[in-house]
Write a protein that binds this ligand. Sequence first.
Ligand code: ATP
Length: 589
Amino acid sequence: MKYVKLAEVFDEIEATSKRLEMTDLLVKLIKDTPRDEISKVVYLLQGKLYPDYLGVELGIAEKLLIKAVAEIAGKSENLVDGDFKKSGDLGLTVEKLLQRKSQATLVKRPLTVSSVYDTFDKIAHAAGSGSVDLKIRLLRSLLNDASPLEGKFIARMAVGKLRLGVADMTVLDALAIAYGGDKSAREPLERAYNLSSDLGYVASVVAKDGLAGVEKFKITVGRPIRPMLCERLPSAREILEKLGGTGAAEYKYDGLRVQAHITSKEVHLFSRRLENITDQFPDVARLLKKTIKAKEAIVEGECIAVDIHTGDMLPFQVISQRRGRKHEIEKMAEEIPVTIFLFDVLYLNGKDQTLTPYLERRKQLLKIIEPSEHVKVAEQVEARDPDRLEQLMDEAVASGCEGLVVKNTSEQSVYQAGARGWLWIKYKRSYKAEVQDTFDLVPIGAFAGRGRRAGSYGALLMAVYNPKEEAFETLCKLGSGFKDEDLLNLPKMMQPYLIKQKHPRVNSLMQPDFWFVPSMVLEVAADEITLSPMHTCGWGLIRPRSGLALRFPRFTGNWRKDKGPEDATTSQESVEMYRKQLKQIEAEA
Ligand code: ATP
């Protein structure tokens, strides 16, 4: 397929903020795409070459692109750079320069989706000496053959700024309609996506084998499964009621969630956000290889740091120091040893376990593990009585845990990959003290600072996530709780996410001075949740023309690097917290 066709659809998608229109455009695009190119189209749509878990980065610096463009357009790098500074978008600069370029002097070959993808792939894999020259050469060849419109999107893709705002679920809807006629096929497609975390792969399966292929979709060891998540409730009584009178209370360890894919040859570890973290935790990989008695398995657990002297569990912040390291990894493993508490098995010796009920999965898990000092199975007790649950909560907290995850034990208690549901309910200590839980919020904009904060941000505009609408809704302006140096660093930190206009998936009534692509997650504490006509969180759900806002929000200092923007506190959770707060106030009155 010609790349220009894709560029034209990108242009149309960019011009709409309506999800239905976007879906229609995608359906048409998918139908027009040859089957063997569908996965490439799906990746390119999201500005990627591979699923996120492979961590393949294009790695093209803006400077490099500027150099390539300058050569192609016969202009100086200074001129290109100057235009970029004005437009703020290398895509627009490239489009303009290619329009001016004398067309007659150059021989062009039409670009295809595959040629563009393959060239980017070569760029992504270029390494070692001479790789910079190779990247420039490859970029030049792309831009030489590109029309101005193609150039715009190639440039944005190259520097990681192709942001059409096409959410995963919109792609799944479009695949369902294109291959199944309507949205009813979305469910098996979504399941396939939840079991593989790879939209391109799901698209290629449905293109090749149709919906029948998707219905038979299989887990692959090495492709991470999207994690099952908990709902929350504030009391033992409500939790047991919700679970039909009985539940299995597991300790909620406060560390890093790890999904381990184990074969006789190798072990891969994935984080909660599905990054491959095997290289950061070689000790955990070795321990699991030794401890798990199975040919092939996918297990999940929480990794926590332990005090070398006392064996006590250490807070989340300690194990966090081992994340993202490239050097002295083995030394860190010695200094900060960890224990993994396993709590689930999702795949065992060729068999998908995600549809097996929880108690059975737990039995399987116990069978394949020989517990040792550093590999254990999560503490679990079945409880029917709220007082017993309270007691377990106290025990869990006393042993250094955050609280409990109380799990459904019925025959329906499958592993709901990629979903936050009521089969697992968390009960955290903070609710007990009747202090509100913290919020995990996403900065989607910022207000310019004044006085001491001149040149930096005065406050960030923070949002919750609304998974139904796939949108980010504002909840507060956040300006306190930051250390001075953090504040000074903020503009630099947020620079990669800076955009000219409101992101298509942001829902805001406020107009900040800067807009961001929703990317980071910050933990925020507050005194109270109030109704607000200025914020869009839970808009109209409590009162018409009102959303929710936080009173006295403050940053706790915790950058939730383990969470993606879609893992932020949801608007529904905020509405529930508001209702709880009302009840509490009523009870006290
Ligand atoms: P939080 O910020 O409360 O950890 P979260 O959004 O990361 O929440 P939730 O699904 O809401 O994730 O809470 C469950 C998390 O608790 C899991 O993601 C996992 O990392 C951790 N956890 C610790 N112990 C257990 C356990 N025994 N069973 C399941 N999850 C556990």
